[in-house]
Design a protein around this ligand. Structure first.
Ligand SMILES: Cc1cc2nc3c(=O)[nH]c(=O)nc-3n(C[C@H](O)[C@H](O)[C@H](O)COP(=O)(O)OP(=O)(O)OC[C@H]3O[C@@H](n4cnc5c(N)ncnc54)[C@H](O)[C@@H]3O)c2cc1C
Length: 468
């Protein structure tokens, strides 16, 4: 009997993780990964570090396990469910026993007149920032603008991605401005007070943000906002908007709402077709349906699906949302949904030092948190959040008031240090080098937010055979 064949559409962060998880299991099926980009899979969340110049594109590579049939520049254009085949852009077909859609999300063009020229192409100043090709094109445009006067850039969108790109461009020496249609920065993650502190932090770093203002038209003079201001600019980077890439699933007749609808076993409306990552719309344990757009849920879904396809019992009931901003000079961590979560709010805001810390506490447990400007306590707070630790009456405020960082050396072995890969302090301590941590646990290979903690844990790990 021939091995079952699992075909994965998309060779992004969810797909690679799924292939790795499946390959780690005995009796793994044949896995074919079809990606439409020409590059080998890479860590998308480090693209702003490449733009900034701190990472070489080669450092972003995500290893695909031996035995996985990875095909690049292979765009799937149709799914023929009745025949259990996918059709590629070159019209060739490939049969599957199980199909996994991991098509990610696509940037959407905001309604700004003048972005697209009469011939249908984007104005040369306009850039998206989703792929390595986008990143290279933008980096080349930045390099081409160097001259005696600093070039300028406007980033449309004041969300996590927008702020990362804005900081990267500013670090590269561009005069950078951010336009955000909402009333404050990072409005999907944080409240107005934290947003205002971020805007001040950005201004201190040389970037002006325009909130509550929409870009409406790109002209030869610059980008015009609906408040009458025109921002002169050499580059416009679009980071606002983006939606799950669902066209393929929709054409295949699968149920699609905002994302490709899946159940707790990550099955679409066709039980032989699954969806994971940014393209999937999952259901939480409380019945709430959601699409995410972050690596940790994508990787958790990849792990659950690999377990299910290997015959194990597993369900996906939602993920904790932990978002970290990767931007030089700006520190932000958001746990859960601090603006939606119900509970008592403990908050400390210091606009002078640019820090804002907010905990939402219900029944003594931290159910959400926002930390801006000072992440000294993020490890401990995340640990309490993850474990649902019941805190004493004064502990929440103590956590916010005490500035002394928690030393990673003191983290208990079962404290989670890498939210992307779900790796504990004990597993890191069991490794002898950063390379071993990367290869065996995959910690530090996601958002990178744990890198410093991992390095400290390695530096302070007890020597083999020597009691600590
Ligand atoms: C610049 C940037 C920074 C980010 N920073 C963070 C961060 O700090 N933290 C965080 O948690 N998340 C971050 N994200 C989001 C994170 O990258 C995504 O959540 C994650 O990549 C989702 O994985 P995925 O596999 O679902 O989608 P992707 O990684 O986007 O992969 C989807 C792949 O499928 C391909 N594809 C689509 N359609 C087809 C088709 N028909 N045929 C073949 N291939 C197809 C796409 O080209 C793409 O390569 C960031 C995203 C970007 C763009």
């Amino acid at each position: 009997m021939s091995r079952e064949r699992v075909v994965v559409v998309g060779a992004g962060m969810a797909a690679v993780r799924f292939a790795q998880e499946l390959a780690d299991r005995p009796g793994a099926p044949e896995v074919v990964v079809l990606g439409d980009e020409r590059h080998a899979p890479y860590n998308r969340i480090l693209l702003s570090a490449v733009l900034e110049g701190t990472h070489d594109p080669g450092a972003l590579a995500m290893p695909v396990p031996a035995g996985v049939d990875l095909r690049l520049d292979a765009r799937v254009v149709e799914v023929h469910r009745a025949q259990r085949e996918v059709e590629l852009a070159d019209r060739s077909r490939l049969g599957y026993d199980r199909l996994v859609l991991a098509t990610g999300s696509i940037p959407t063009l905001p309604p700004i007149r003048g972005l697209v020229k009469v011939d249908g192409r984007l104005d040369d100043r306009v850039h998206a920032f989703r792929s390595l090709d986008d990143c290279r094109r933008l980096a080349a445009a930045v390099a081409a603008t160097t001259g005696p006067v600093p070039a300028s850039a406007v980033v449309v969108g004041g969300g996590l991605l927008g702020l990362q790109v804005a900081r990267a461009l500013a670090v590269r020496g561009l005069r950078t401005e951010v336009v955000e249609g909402g009333e404050h920065l990072l409005r999907s993650q944080v409240g107005p007070a934290a947003g205002a502190i971020l805007a001040r932090d950005l201004a201190r770093l040389g970037t002006t943000s325009y909130t509550g203002a929409r870009a409406v038209r790109l002209t030869d003079d610059g980008l015009r906002l609906d408040n009458g201001v025109t921002l002169e600019t050499d580059l416009v980077v679009l980071t606002a908007g983006g939606r799950p890439s669902t066209a393929l699933a929709r054409r295949a007749g699968l149920e699609v709402r905002r994302g490709v609808v899946v159940d707790h076993r990550l099955r679409t409306s066709d039980p032989l077709v699954h969806a994971i990552g940014d393209c999937a719309e999952t259901e939480d344990a409380d019945g709430r349906r959601r699409t995410t757009g972050f690596v940790p849920p994508a990787w958790e879904q990849a792990g659950v699906l690999a377990a299910l396809l290997a015959g194990e019992d597993a369900t996906y009931d939602g993920s904790r949302v932990v978002a970290r901003l990767r931007a030089t000079g700006l520190d932000v961590a958001v746990l859960g949904e601090p603006e939606r979560a119900e509970g008592e709010v403990v908050e400390v805001s210091n606009p002078v030092t640019g820090s804002h810390r907010r905990l939402v506490v219900r029944d003594g447990r931290i159910v959400a948190a926002t930390l801006v400007g000072d992440l000294a306590r993020v490890g401990l707070i995340t640990q309490h959040f993850d474990r649902g630790t019941v805190l004493g009456l004064t502990e929440p405020s103590d956590l916010l008031m005490v500035d002394r960082p928690t030393r990673p050396a003191r983290l208990p072995d079962d404290a989670e240090v890498c939210a992307c890969a779900g790796v504990s302090a004990g597993r890191v301590r069991g490794c002898s080098s950063l390379a071993e941590v990367r290869d065996t646990t995959r910690a530090t290979t996601g958002c990178g937010g744990c890198a410093e903690t991992v390095r400290t844990l390695l530096a302070t790990r007890p020597l083999q055979g020597v009691p600590s």
